[in-house]
Design a binder for this molecule. Structure first.
Ligand code: RB5
Length: 157
């Protein structure tokens, strides 16, 4: 892996550990600098703790992209989207994978290990990471999200 590899932070809860392994392997194979923030076992953990670890890194720019996995993807999504600069999207199909990047400039990809197959999740992640933000009218809308954050969030990284 080269020194300029794009940093991607990934984590799951216990429900997502197996799918996370597939996604870590895929990311490494594509040449990303993968930071696996755990967990390493299927002992029960709380998804907000792992969402926070990834979302903080994306929020402060340590990671360019994040990946989160829980049972449905919903708990991770609710938690990660509390963080300024984070736009976390559940990639429920390939269209969502593509357009969450092109229109929403999403920077965290979320999967549900109990609602999706691991190989389909890896395919969607590949699409997500190869698309670019289209900007134009979409930039104005993303700026408005940033405006909401600034008005509502009192503190942040
Ligand atoms: C864990 O059982 C489950 O609640 C969690 O993985 C996730 O689906 C929450 O949104």
């Amino acid at each position: 892996m080269g020194g300029n590899a794009i940093p991607v932070a990934i984590a799951s809860d216990h429900a997502g550990v197996e799918m996370k392994k597939t996604l870590v392997d895929a990311l490494s194979g594509w040449g990303f600098a993968v930071e696996d923030l755990g967990p390493g076992t299927i002992d029960p953990v709380d998804y907000p703790d792992y969402a926070e670890a990834v979302a903080l890194r994306v929020s402060n720019g340590t990671a360019k992209f994040g990946v989160l996995v829980c049972g449905t993807g919903i708990g991770m999504s609710i938690s990660a989207n509390k963080f300024p600069n984070v736009r976390a999207a559940i990639l429920y199909d390939e269209y969502a994978a593509r357009y969450s990047r092109m229109h929403n400039d999403a920077n965290i990809a979320i999967f549900g290990a109990r609602t999706m197959k691991a190989d389909a999740a890896a395919d969607r992640l590949g699409i997500f990471l190869s698309e670019q933000f289209e900007k134009g009218r979409h930039e104005r809308r993303v700026r408005k999200i940033r405006g909401i954050e600034k008005r509502v969030c009192r503190t942040g990284p």
